[in-house]
Design a protein around this ligand. Structure first.
Ligand code: HEC
Length: 107
């Protein structure tokens, strides 16, 4: 009986957690929109591609690379290094999921 309750509680906690991270990504994305557009549709100033056209895997890879690899990126990489600084890798994955799920367009 007790174990059943614990399992149910854990199930709800996990559900709440994934909901929270999608909601957090939505909030976090607001700071990206200034340069990337409200739907990630813009080429940011000094950038080369509209983020909405990028695959989910590529988004995850580049966001984490801006955080971990100083050599990664183009001539504006310092801008993005600053942008990803406050976020954990989990936050960045959630942001990539959020952007791809809501805004992806084919090139
Ligand atoms: C101050 C303007 C600015 C803000 C704010 C900003 N970016 Fe960028 N972003 C850029 C520029 C400029 C580049 C190109 C950087 C380079 O030369 O490597 C870029 C590149 C990228 C790239 C790699 C290229 C692409 O479009 O796939 C991703 C992904 C990205 N940004 C996501 C984000 C996310 C997510 C946020 C919010 C957390 C964000 N950016 C906030 C300006 C910005």
């Amino acid at each position: 009986m007790k174990i059943g309750k614990i399992i149910v509680a854990a199930f709800f906690a996990a559900g709440a957690l994934s909901f929270a991270s999608a909601a957090t990504a939505e909030v976090n994305f607001k700071r990206c929109a200034a340069c990337h557009g409200l739907k990630a549709e813009k080429v940011p100033p000094g950038g080369t591609i509209a983020t909405a056209t990028v695959s989910k895997e590529e988004l995850k890879k580049s966001l984490k690379a801006y955080k971990t690899n100083k050599e990664f990126g183009g001539k504006m990489k310092a801008t993005m290094q600053l942008q990803v600084k406050p976020f954990t890798e989990e936050d960045l994955d959630a942001l990539a999921d959020y952007i791809f799920t809501n805004f992806h367009v084919e090139k």
